[in-house]
Write a protein that binds this ligand. Structure first.
Ligand code: SF4
Ligand code: SF4
Length: 59
């Protein structure tokens, strides 16, 4: 699994970067970018902590 970020919903709060244990995200132009999808551990924390529900976990 790997996360996808809906950039139209992302508010740039940084929660996903803070909670991800695998350092999958980086901030780019005030939006979360999925820079290391292969490192995702499928823990679900990023999606849970995203206020606008911009993150989905895809196969
Ligand atoms: S599911 Fe967990 S490991 Fe994967 S990107 Fe989200 S917080 Fe990181
Ligand atoms: S937690 Fe959601 S709104 Fe916040 S930076 Fe990540 S994707 Fe964007």
């Amino acid at each position: 699994m790997a996360p996808e970020v809906d950039l139209n919903k992302c508010e740039g709060c940084g929660n996903c970067i803070d909670v991800c244990p695998a350092d999958v995200f980086e901030m780019e132009n005030d939006k979360a970018s999925v820079t290391r999808p292969d490192d995702c551990l499928d823990c679900g924390a990023c999606a849970e902590e995203c206020p606008p529900q911009a993150i989905t976990l895809e196969d």
